[in-house]
Design a protein around this ligand. Structure first.
Ligand code: FMN
Ligand code: SF4
Length: 421
């Protein structure tokens, strides 16, 4: 069931040794890119139908083309390696195990969009990835793969690492840009988008670790070959972070279109002690919670559009039927309350009230009015918050209101009969 494009050499390849990557034809796609016109590279990426792997699933070639069209010659690319959402750990896995694949992807993107400076923004708590990426950059420089006049091509590209202080919202592209600029991590109103006015006011391409890591394969094998993997609208493979009550938690690479149940049962090994699955949260804390009977759904970007929720970064969090749904929801809400940057009212105040309402359900103290308030609050937050944090903070509640509505009424009507915390 696994299909390894990005993880083909994991485990086994020494991430601290560039030679190990060169030995498996590493950087050959970048050399190929040098012999290709930048617009043709973007054309091949368009054929691949690659969509961003950081959560929003935006087509990569559109952003690249927008960069390529800019008159401004100072341009930046940024790799978003913030990965602050609970349940996600696949970017860390890629950086820890194949850092040069990411660097090669960034080099290809920089060459295609004519950006001469790049940043990798890594979550501050990621000590090991930060160390590994620093060493990879050092070795790439020593091999003439970064710096000025790379391989005699006349193309200059330099790369720096920046790390955040652990704030989840700094993964949001404009908050991330503000953070690199030395300001506090808060989003900006869009448009303009980063490819028009980004880092230091210049056009900036921001993509996720997994997104960039796909580019060497696409350049090597061709966009059409990539598009033949997965489904019509979600091409290629997806790295999924499987956690919670499974025998074998970990990162797995599967083609889009694989049923969620197969990933849990076959790769995750099913639940421990064969416990019954109660709920599964997809994409991480910001994603929908679905019941067991929906697990035959396939991994696909456009699955949960009613909550504006994509496959997200690809987390699958398995919870057995002994878990108290309200305990889970309260923890998620506490996370968002803590991480809200406070810039806009629906998110700043909404998350506080959501936590309070969920606590009433948790304490078996809720009424039907609380349920109505929770529902309308969730919709207001979703529709009016300024950035994706506040917009997606109520997704877990909205999805449980849809798929587990009876559990809310049960808790109101039978306060003593709640599940176990
Ligand atoms: C609150 C919040 C946190 C985010 N965190 C991340 C993150 O850690 N990594 C990431 O790649 N994208 C994250 N995103 C999405 C980015 O804003 C952006 O869409 C992404 O970096 C674009 O890359 P992609 O097109 O390759 O997915 C986050 C968005 C929001 C609203
Ligand atoms: S939605 Fe939340 S995190 Fe985003 S700007 Fe508003 S307060 Fe800040």
């Amino acid at each position: 069931m696994e299909q390894k494009l990005l993880t083909k050499h994991i485990p086994g390849m020494d991430p601290m040794n560039i030679q190990a990557y060169l030995d498996v034809e590493g950087y050959q796609s970048f050399f190929k890119a040098f012999k290709t016109q930048p617009l043709d590279i973007i054309g091949d990426i368009e054929k691949s139908k690659l969509r961003g792997r950081g959560g929003a699933a935006f087509p990569v070639h559109i952003k690249m083309m927008s960069m390529a069209k800019q008159k401004e010659t100072t341009r930046y690319i940024i790799c978003n390696a913030d990965e602050g959402e609970p349940g996600n750990f696949k970017d860390r896995y890629l950086m820890e195990n194949n850092p040069h694949q990411l660097l090669e992807g960034m080099l290809i993107a920089a060459y295609a969009t004519r950006a001469n400076k790049g940043y990798i923004y890594i979550r501050g708590e990621f000590d090991t990835p930060i160390k590994i990426m620093h060493e990879a950059i050092r070795q790439a420089k020593a091999h003439g793969l970064l710096g000025t006049n790379i391989q005699g091509s006349g193309f200059d590209f330099d790369l720096e690492i920046r790390s955040g202080a652990g704030s989840y919202v700094c993964g949001e592209e404009f908050a991330l840009i503000e953070s690199i600029e030395g300001k506090s991590g808060r989003t900006r109103v869009k448009p303009p988008f980063p490819t028009d006015v980004g880092l230091f006011g210049k056009p900036t391409l921001i993509n996720n670790v997994e997104t960039f890591s796909n580019l060497p394969w696409i350049l090597a094998m061709g966009g059409e070959a990539f598009a033949s993997i997965g489904t019509e609208s979600s091409t290629g493979t997806k790295l999924v972070s499987v956690s919670g009550n499974v025998k074998h938690p970990g990162v797995y690479e599967v083609p889009f279109g694989v049923p969620i149940r197969d990933v849990i049962d076959t790769l995750g090994g099913g639940t421990q002690n064969a416990q019954k699955i109660g709920m599964v949260q997809l994409s991480g804390a910001s994603g929908p919670i679905i019941p067991e009977y929906m697990l035959d759904l396939t991994i696909d970007f456009d699955r949960f559009e009613d909550f504006d929720s994509k496959t997200g970064a690809g987390a699958i969090i398995v919870m057995d039927d002994q878990k108290d749904m309200f305990n889970i929801l309260k923890r998620i809400s506490d996370f968002f309350e803590h991480e809200s940057c406070g810039k806009c009212t629906p998110c700043r105040e909404g998350n506080v009230h959501m936590s309070k309402l969920l606590n009433k359900f948790l304490q078996s103290d809720a009424t039907e009015k609380d349920l109505m308030n929770l529902e309308s609050l969730s919709r207001v937050m979703h529709q009016t918050s300024l950035c994706g944090l506040g917009q997606s903070a109520p997704t877990a509640v909205l999805s449980t209101l849809k798929y587990f509505r009876d559990t809310y009424f049960d808790r109101i009507e039978h306060p003593q009969e709640g599940g176990l915390a």
